[in-house]
Design a protein around this ligand. Structure first.
Ligand code: ADP
Ligand code: MG
Length: 223
């Protein structure tokens, strides 16, 4: 009955149920992957096993991303150098850039924020991954951090495919993806995390120029 449960309560309940289901899927999934690995070690022609493994990997990625969204996780805020966090994130994807013919330009000022560094790194890596995926034939990834009006301003810019206006409005919708292997959950996760850090995330894009994602985060007091 619509009157008994307000819509927001219904949504919260559906979210909890779905997170519960996703959580329950993870255990049997781990078992399946373990046994599959054993089977692969004993098999001569493992084509079908490889297909099964690929599909299980995909279920795992979607389940994990979904849980990252739905499950309230213990967040650990601490004073963190955004500079160090960005530097290590760029280090992390450098090999991938090299393989793909993407040049990296990197320029950062010093800035400290209060954040859950694990979550913040997840945001940065998600955005950089999108940038790389938009430049399959190479390009330029430009990562910047500057201080603007008490905020750390992170810009992650690519000169890839860009996003046509009619697609812009769908960004951040759950499962909206234009990629064959995409989940369409990455940007939603980023938005959620940035909001929990009292920041903002915006996307500027142009089909002929590429895409810039701008993240603003309040700088920690006295830093
Ligand atoms: P996924 O990467 O799994 O597709 P995301 O939520 O990370 O999901 O991104 C959703 C969609 O937004 C992508 O499928 C793509 O169409 C678009 N997008 C995001 N970042 C970029 C980018 N840097 N350049 C072009 N398109 C992008
Ligand atoms: Mg993505």
């Amino acid at each position: 009955n619509e009157d008994l449960l307000k819509k927001s309560e219904q949504l919260a309940m559906i979210g909890q149920l779905a997170a519960g289901v996703a959580h329950e899927i993870r255990n049997p999934l781990t078992t399946l992957k373990g046994f599959l690995q054993l089977m692969k070690e004993n098999a001569e022609d493992d084509f079908y096993l490889g297909v099964i493994q690929g599909e299980l990997d995909r279920i795992e990625i979607i389940t994990n991303e979904f849980l990252a969204l739905a499950k309230p996780r213990a967040v650990k805020f601490s004073l963190t150098s955004l500079t160090t966090l960005l530097t290590s994130s760029v280090e992390f994807i450098k090999m991938e850039c090299l393989k793909q013919g993407v040049d990296v330009r990197f320029s950062v000022e010093e800035a400290e924020i209060y954040c859950d560094s694990h979550q913040m790194k997840q945001v940065i890596l998600n955005v950089m991954k999108n940038a790389l995926e938009a430049m399959p034939a190479g390009g330029l990834l430009n990562v910047q951090l500057e201080k603007v009006d008490g905020h750390g301003k992170i810009s992650i810019q690519d000169n890839g495919s860009g996003i046509p206006p009619e697609r812009m409005k769908h960004l951040g919708e759950p499962f909206y993806s234009t990629k064959e292997k995409g989940t369409g959950l990455g940007l939603m996760i980023c938005q959620k995390i940035i909001k929990e850090h009292h920041g903002s995330l915006s996307i500027q894009s142009n089909v002929s120029e590429g895409t810039t994602v701008t993240i603003l985060l309040p700088i920690a007091n006295n830093h």
